[in-house]
Design a protein around this ligand. Structure first.
Ligand code: SF4
Ligand code: SF4
Length: 464
């Protein structure tokens, strides 16, 4: 390894971004979305529905509760389907409005923003923080940084506790943690997520967006020249440069950009939007707000940096309805409608019928033909339920076995039953019959499952 002055790394060293605080129209919208996101995240696990946590991912029992819907292991396809709908929605929104998710709703952006806000309150704005950076061992720096990191850790811990509370009932977890009476796994995960939040939002920040986030890498596939994105208006801004107030700057070839660098100083990822659309831009609109404020100050029209499309900047017409946008929209509506329909019409019970394999049928002493089955009944509702069982599909079927069963929420019961038929009443060797389980006390909650009633072969028939 070289250690002389000629040595240089192929990796660019990270430069710490100390961005300036900014207010403005888009920051107000971001603040509102941030409050809504945080409020939902922190309050949702405390909501109770039917005497249990409304949103609870009960991994040991392999059940996910989301208010009135329960996802069972066999509903895994519904979860995968919901993820596909979410990805399509993200694709659709991104194709229309660019990285609006990153700037306004992404948890990484939201939590980083909270951490930056604490930093701003404790250490001051950009200039004050740069000053602290220069004197890392001064008493003032140490005190402020200790306060800042304590708040970060507290917030990270509270975030981790809430997150783990989606998997372990939070009303039990929170008091247990406070009394130091928690199981080692919950403690491990609270610790892990505390560290993860602190590290991601406090230290990694924009690096996670730039280097780790797969969504940022997929931008190229989602963007087109009609996608709304934050951009600097080159034709209006250039040539950039300082000027005196009241100067006829246009006659000296200058554009509207006074090169004040404010857009760079407010950028949380430390880029210069005037260099064009970049992977590192998270669409936070800080540069839009600060540049509008600068334009107001110098008396130029707002919008030098704004939400616009590549086509508009190139003096071309922007189309809202273009093939990719329409196709994604139609696909999204179809998939979301089918998912909603499946969820809303899903029966909260399941009945599987297993015909005895060892013996297809047996002949009883009175000559009747008997088939034996196992009825596997599953209560997928969220309360104890009583069911009535019946058989149909052929006249004169005689059912032997439990006609009623009581199952707790989530319980599965296997009920052995048999069906008999007189030899003269069997039309053919293989006959379709059906078993029905009806939830008592409900209007039409019932499922019917078909099976076979097998009898002796007549000439020309086969059991194969
Ligand atoms: S904030 Fe506006 S005026 Fe100032 S450098 Fe950026 S683009 Fe130019
Ligand atoms: S360039 Fe502008 S919109 Fe993009 S991350 Fe920086 S400040 Fe935010």
């Amino acid at each position: 390894m070289q250690h002389d002055d000629d040595y240089y790394s192929l990796y660019q060293k990270r430069e710490k971004v100390q961005n300036k605080h900014v207010n403005g129209f888009f920051q107000t919208i971001r603040r509102v979305t941030l409050y809504v996101t945080l409020a939902w995240f922190f309050l949702a696990p405390w909501i109770t529905y039917h005497h249990r946590q409304a949103i609870w991912f009960d991994i040991p029992a392999r059940k996910f509760y989301v208010f009135f819907v329960t996802f069972w292991p066999q509903d895994f396809f519904l979860l995968s389907w919901a993820i596909i709908v979410a990805v399509l929605a993200l694709f659709f929104v991104t194709n229309f409005a660019g990285r609006i998710w990153c700037g306004y709703a992404c948890p990484q952006t939201a939590w980083t923003r909270c951490f930056m806000w604490v930093e701003y309150l404790v250490e001051g704005d950009r200039r004050a923080r740069l000053k602290l950076d220069k004197n890392p061992w001064a008493a003032n720096t140490i005190i402020r940084r200790t306060i800042k990191h304590s708040w970060w850790l507290f917030f990270s811990f509270y975030t981790a506790l809430t997150f783990v509370g989606y998997f372990t009932p939070i009303r039990e977890l929170a008091p247990d943690i406070l009394h130091g009476n928690v199981d080692p796994w919950s403690l491990f995960f609270v610790g892990l997520f505390t560290f993860g939040t602190y590290y991601n939002a406090g230290w990694m920040r924009e690096q996670l967006c730039i280097h780790l986030c797969p969504y940022a890498r997929l931008q190229g596939a989602m963007f087109d020249d009609d996608t709304l994105a934050i951009a600097y208006d080159h034709s209006r801004g250039e040539k950039r440069g300082p000027r005196q107030r009241g100067d006829d700057y246009k006659s000296s070839g200058l554009g509207d950009c006074i090169n004040c660098q404010q857009c760079v100083h407010v950028c949380p990822t430390g880029i210069d939007i005037r260099d064009g659309l970049q992977l590192a831009c998270i669409g936070c609109a800080c540069c839009v707000d600060v540049c509008d404020a600068v334009m107001d100050k110098v008396g130029y029209p707002r919008g030098l940096i704004r939400y616009t499309t590549e086509n508009t900047l190139n003096q071309k017409k922007t189309r809202i309805l273009r093939p990719r946008f329409i196709a994604t929209g139609i696909l999204l509506v179809i998939m979301a409608s089918l998912l909603s329909y499946t969820l809303l019409t899903r029966k909260p019970l399941k009945l599987d019928v297993l015909h005895e394999r060892a013996q297809l049928y047996r002949t009883l002493h009175n000559g009747d033909i008997q088939n034996v089955y196992k009825l596997k009944l599953m209560n997928l509702s969220q309360q104890t339920q009583q069911y009535r069982l019946s058989v149909g599909g052929l006249p004169h079927l005689q059912y032997t076995g439990s006609r009623e069963a009581v199952l707790r929420a989530g319980e599965i019961k296997v009920i052995p039953v048999s069906v008999e038929l007189g030899p003269d009443q069997i039309p053919r060797a293989f006959n379709t019959i059906h078993f029905t389980a009806k939830a008592l006390g409900t209007k039409d909650e019932q499922v019917t499952t078909t099976s076979r009633f097998i009898g002796p072969m007549s000439k020309g028939e086969s059991h194969e």
